[in-house]
Design a protein around this ligand. Structure first.
Ligand code: PGA
Length: 263
């Protein structure tokens, strides 16, 4: 005989990725609106990933609040003659706790290899930053049915170089490239299938790490599709681009985190 019960869901993580948007004035208005809207929300943990120059502003605006902040990239080097790069220690100096690694908008434009991304991932960890590793396939790869092979390879590079335990307490964001900025999000079935695959891949390398890694979904998340996506137990949260630039929409996405789940 099957029975259903209602359990309280764990909080979910909603990450704002501002990409290359913002100004001192706009950021201040946006953060004030976030903080106002988040007052009544207890189910969403929020991290805001801003362009480097605004990290200092985040320390002013967000210190002592429940909202954490981070960057959108980090150097794979500790320090040295690397013009234009920003090191993990520098992010720490400005209170960053998280950093996005391997976002497709960077890896495509700057031809970043999986190895390069793996080194950045470990550099972030070495300095106590939580890496948010972005993985995902192109539309062609999905149509060819090789999406798991592609995402598997992105994860395997880290596993091969640093072991499965490298994923302990980190974040992986499944970001199908065809869904980013297109208005066409993955269906919750597509996302859940890939999230299960990601957790299984990590578990095969290290079971304990697989129990602590958070797996987010990113790609055209909006207040409408967030309800369905964030209600899936396999989806630990969302990475939000465009809709994070509009406080009302961003707050609605945070509100979509369910209080309870039916199991
Ligand atoms: P989007 O961006 O929400 O604008 O599609 C998502 C992302 O950066 O991953």
């Amino acid at each position: 005989m099957s029975s259903t019960s209602i359990v309280s869901s764990p909080p979910k993580l909603v990450v704002a990725n501002w990409k290359m948007h913002g100004s001192l004035l706009r950021n201040q208005q946006l953060i004030e609106a976030y903080l106002q809207g988040l007052r009544s929300i207890t189910r969403a943990e929020v991290v805001v990933c801003v362009p480097y120059p605004y990290l200092a502003q985040m320390t002013d605006l967000l210190s002592g609040t429940s909202v954490a902040w981070g960057a959108q990239n980090v150097a794979k080097y500790e320090e040295g003659a690397y013009t234009g790069e920003v090191g993990a220690q520098m992010l720490k100096d400005f209170g960053a706790t998280h950093v996005i690694i391997g976002h497709s908008e960077r890896s495509t434009a700057y031809c970043e290899s999986d190895e390069n991304i793996a080194e950045k991932f470990m550099m972030a960890k070495r300095y106590g930053l939580t890496p948010i590793l972005c993985v995902g396939e192109t539309l062609l790869e999905r149509e060819a049915g090789v999406m798991e092979r592609v995402v598997g390879k992105q994860l395997e590079t880290i596993i091969r170089l640093f072991g499965g335990e490298a994923f302990a307490n980190t974040i992986v964001s499944y970001e199908p490239i065809w869904a980013i900025g297109t208005g066409l999000a993955a269906s919750s079935e597509q996302a859940v299938a890939m999230h299960e695959f990601i957790r299984h891949t990590v578990a095969t390398a290290d079971k304990t790490a697989a129990g602590t890694v958070k797996i987010l979904y990113g790609g055209s998340v909006n207040p409408q599709n967030a309800v369905q996506l964030l209600n899936q137990k396999e989806i630990d949260g969302a990475l939000v681009g465009r809709c994070s630039l509009d406080a009302e929409q961003f707050i609605k996405i945070c509100q979509a985190v369910p209080e309870n789940s039916v199991i």
